[in-house]
Design a protein around this ligand. Sequence first.
Ligand SMILES: NC(=O)c1ccc[n+]([C@@H]2O[C@H](COP(=O)([O-])OP(=O)(O)OC[C@H]3O[C@@H](n4cnc5c(N)ncnc54)[C@H](OP(=O)(O)O)[C@@H]3O)[C@@H](O)[C@H]2O)c1
Length: 333
Amino acid sequence: MVAMNRQVLLASRPQGAVTAGNFRLVDTAVPEMGPGDVLVRNEWLSLDPYMRGRMSDAKSYVPPAQIGEVMVGQTVGEILESNDARFVPGDRVLTQLGWQLYGVAKAGEVRKIDTARAPASYYLGLLGMPGMTAWFGLFDIGQPKAGETVVVSAAAGAVGSTVGQLAKLKGCRVVGIAGGAAKCEYVARELGFDACVDYKRGTLYDDLRSACPDGVDIDFENVGGEVLDTTLRVMNRHSRIVVCGLISEYSATESYGYKRLRSVLVNRIRMQGMIVFDWKHRYGEALAGLGGYLAEGKLKYRESVTDGIDNAPKALIGLLRGENFGKQLVKLA
Ligand SMILES: NC(=O)c1ccc[n+]([C@@H]2O[C@H](COP(=O)([O-])OP(=O)(O)OC[C@H]3O[C@@H](n4cnc5c(N)ncnc54)[C@H](OP(=O)(O)O)[C@@H]3O)[C@@H](O)[C@H]2O)c1
């Protein structure tokens, strides 16, 4: 039987940037199991940019996390005990149990993962929510055709790195945008993008123009703000913008004032927001596609691992500053 649980609670809502004081670490008993429950020992916690939104009480597409409650998040872990015939101890599952070492969930709320196919942590990244986001955002909304030019921001990250590699597999010219020389070198050399532009150099417009001589047909937007406003200047007629994320704005206290929306009008750009849950009924499709490419060695994937639940707040703060390099995870066990 499990003795003690450790949890990270939301202690207060951030004003601007997230701080360590927004979290509280507690040791507590593991809840009793009821009929139909499973007890899970969490092994990996996923940290994701959306968590900044959940810490705030501004209106969004899902209700906010509550003060004093366990911070929300996906984990993968091992079933220790099961009161449901579908699971046995030792099964590995994907959960929504959040920032804690152990948790009790309804069996219907966890999903079995196949660790023979890929390491458990991949189900939080390439084969998980970020991978699904890349797949449906690019293919359903972006609709890439061979020969088109695709620009992807936050290109070294979980979503961006997958989008760019999938677009390459479709025969597109792919240009990443990332922060710093090391990330750009990784994107261009290791991930095989045609080019990568370092937005921190302060010459984004000129660099994008020279990296995209035929203009841009798809912008897979993960960052927003100045990166999006600048990309709007190089978009082609009848191009598409997949508004996947606006991370540069998540901790801002004032919204960014966009100046280039005229490009949407004159170029007849189709600009569409996406929330990956809308494709929930089709996750199997993306899992099969991404898993297939992974097995064929056609997708590269990188993780940024922080050790221990006590360090999870620091790791989220780092993620929201761009300090991660690849999918940000916390190793819990
Ligand atoms: N719509 C959906 O359903 C959905 C689902 C998943 C993710 N998303 C969005 O997709 C984007 C990428 O998510 P991810 O999980 O793949 O994260 P990630 O790219 O692995 O990590 C976030 C990255 O954003 C970049 N970034 C750019 N400008 C930044 C700024 N001003 N401040 C902080 N970071 C900045 C940083 O990379 P650089 O060092 O290169 O700047 C950072 O490493 C996020 O906007 C996220 O909200 C949306």
